[in-house]
Each structure stands twice: as C-alpha cells, then as structure tokens.
Design a protein around this ligand. Sequence first.
Ligand SMILES: [Zn+2]
Length: 473
Amino acid sequence: MPRNLARSLAVAVSLPLLFSGAYAAASDDRSAPAPGASGIGDPYWPLDGNGGIDVAAYKIKNRYDVKGQALKGTTRITLTATADLSRFNLDFLLRVSSVRVDGVAAEVDQTRHELAITPATPLTAGSSHTVTVKYAGHPGTHRYAGEENWLANDREAVAMNQPHMATWWFPANDHPSDKALFDISTTVPTGREVIANGNLVSKKKSKGGTTWRWRADEPMSSYLAFFAAGDFTIQKGTSNGLPWINAVSRQLSAGEQKASLKLLGRTPGIVHALAGDLGDYPFSVTGGLTTGLSVFFALENQTRPTYPSVGADNVSLVVHELAHQWFGDDVAVARWRDIWLNEGAATFMEWRYAEQHGAKPAADTMRARYDGIPASDSFWQLSLADPGAAHIFDEPIYDRGGMALQALRNRIGEEKFWLLIRTWLDTKSGGNGTSEEFEALAAEVSGQDLTGFFTAWLRTPAKPAATADNGLA
Ligand SMILES: [Zn+2]
C-alpha cells in the first residue's frame, strides 16, 4: 500500500528544517517525533486521509439499531507508522468515547472530522500498532464537506457514497491511496439481515441480537467498504467457478423485488463477459444489493455493488458497476482528480458490452455522442484531468472520459488498445494509478507520442477537433 501523496507531503514539510541551522543539530540522528498531518495531501479534500500512517486492516464491530437509526461499536485498526509520530489522526464523525494504542489508553482530541490521537509513547517510523476506537452516535445527524451521506429509514440502512462514506460508520484513514483489509461485524435485532463486502464468515445469535460477520479478503479503499441492515432476501450460488451473493430489500414492492432479483442475477454472467476483455475478475466473490431506500445512484462497493430499484432491464447499470470492480476498485485512483479513469472506463465498458451483445459498435456510440454535443455546449468546458472537487461526478467525467478511451482505441488500434488495458490492470492490481501514469503507459505500449491526443481529450476545456490524431478521423 504505497502512499506517494504522503511521501511528497513529508518532503514539503521537512524542507524548512534542512535550511535551519537551529534544527539541523537536533535532526542529526533521528528527527524528534512530530504530529502527523491532518490530511494525506489530496488538494480536493485537504482533511481526507492523514499523514504518517498506513493502515493494513480494519476490524469493525458495530451494533446497529435499525429502528432508532443509532450505531455504536469498536473498530480495531492495525497500522504502521511511516514517520516518527508524537500524535496522529484518523477521520471520523461519530462521538468517540475512548482510544487505546497497543492496549494503552491514549489522549483524544476530536474536532468534527478529525480524531487526533496522542499515544502514551510516540510511534517510531516503521513500527506497527493496533489502535482501538470506541464510539456511538446517530450517523444521520452528521455532515462533512457539505455532504449528508447517511442513507437510512426506520427499516433499513445502507452505507453507500463516494468519495466519502467511511467516516459515518467507522474511523478510517479515509483516502483511496491507503487500501486495507476489512472484517465487518454488525449486530442487529434478530430477524433482520446484514450484508457487507466479501464473504459471510459467520452469523451468530445471542441475547442482544444476531451478529453478521463479513470479511473482504482483498485490499480495499475505505469508501468502498459498506454494510446494509434491514429486511433482505438473500440468494447465493457459484457460476463459472465464482461464488456470488445477491440481496434485495423487502421494503420494495413484490414486482420490484422480482425485477431486482432478476437483474442482480445477471451479475455472474456480466462478470464473466467483462473478464474476457479485462482479465481475471480481481476478487474472490461477487454479487449485488438492491436497496429499498430512495437513492438516485448505484455504487461500486467492492465485491458487491449497491443499486436502487431500476427494473429488470437496466443491464448497462450493472455492467458499469461491475466494470468498476477492475477500474476504481482493484485499481483505485491515487488522487480524486484521477476520477475520469474510473468513470470513463466504466462508461466505455457499457458501450463495449453493448457492442459485443448485438448493439452498435462502441465507436459509433462514441461518434454519435461527440457529434450530438455542439462545441458551444458547457459539456466541453470541463478539464477531465483536473476537474475540481465540485465536478468529479459531472457528466463529462463519464461521457467525455468514455469517448477519450474509445478515441484512444481508434487511434492506437484494437490490439495495442487491449494490450494497454490489460497491462494497466495487471501492473496496478491491488493498488492505485494516476492519469499521467496511464498516459505514459499508453505511449509506451503503442510506441506513439500521444501528448497531443491527451492534451486535447483531458486537458483542454474545448471540444477536441475531429482529426485522426484525436482518434476522430
Ligand atoms: Zn461509476
């Protein structure tokens, strides 16, 4: 789990020390432990993630009162210090009652999204620790960065949002550049169901309710961790050797439930088809969940996307979220400004899937979209490679992003294009990537100078000219 952003931030912070005689003597051997930064260094959301720590695993044990919409729990975080730390932060919104570092009580200072933890003994760079955080609250009463992301009523809750979701239900180093393993236990009143990422490890009844323990066996970005609690019909099976678990809310009408189960039932077949283009599915289980709550988007939660009820025929939505299992989940953004890599690829794969299943070629879909949007339209004014925090889910991130990939396919040819896609996914699997890294790989694999192409598609707030260089001849 390399974190380049944290490293570059550390360099920037230590510069004044290098030029200061007063500090130079003190830093001869090892610099004095210092507080970790309150952010990981992503300019779009400066408080997201934290400096000086690298989380390896989250073990979340929550109790969720579905009716009262209240959550309490304990999360045990295994982390490594990447600097000598007198203090470090986690990101969290719920009220914390205690923090222990390696079993010893630590001092805690909580201000909104930041949980500043001062351990009894400073942490040495390279050392590993367990941090245990106890908390309770009503997630629905919290907001961060103008977002109110808790989605619940008195019968159901589902943690699904992007780029922020973790901090409403567990303390996190909340940035995709720090992936970790997740073990998610949730206790609910007996008779309710809980769905989360990965595989169901156990389901144990006790006096206080039933505890559902789910575990994700591959590293995951914190926003892709989820749980849903409520009344769900659960179906499971194995197709083409891949286990799948689907769940549909019983809050929906009988007709909606039937349609949703049918649509989710397409999941294993779509995963199999996508793997034909993208290489082996990156995780050990798949599936999906349809919520009964009113929500107007789907989310690519790792191994198990969540969807609103959209009928039985919206195959392209399922293709989109499952394409994200490769683009976005297995290979995550390094910074939020790289988001076009996720959404452009998922949109392009919708067109590609259609092309392979009796609809028109992706090149025609792209061209129709390109021709249909006049140069004067504000659609063309967004710079894909750095859209700004307020615009990371604007329409061009999806459609211009998809067009850019199809145009690249036109430009470098079928063979080189798919070699590029497979090489990208293969070399970045389990990690993160930037737009610049993708562009460099495209140039390398194709043997072409693509500077003009990417400048036109990703960095110019105008409609790319219809030239062969731009993949539009
Ligand atoms: Zn998407």
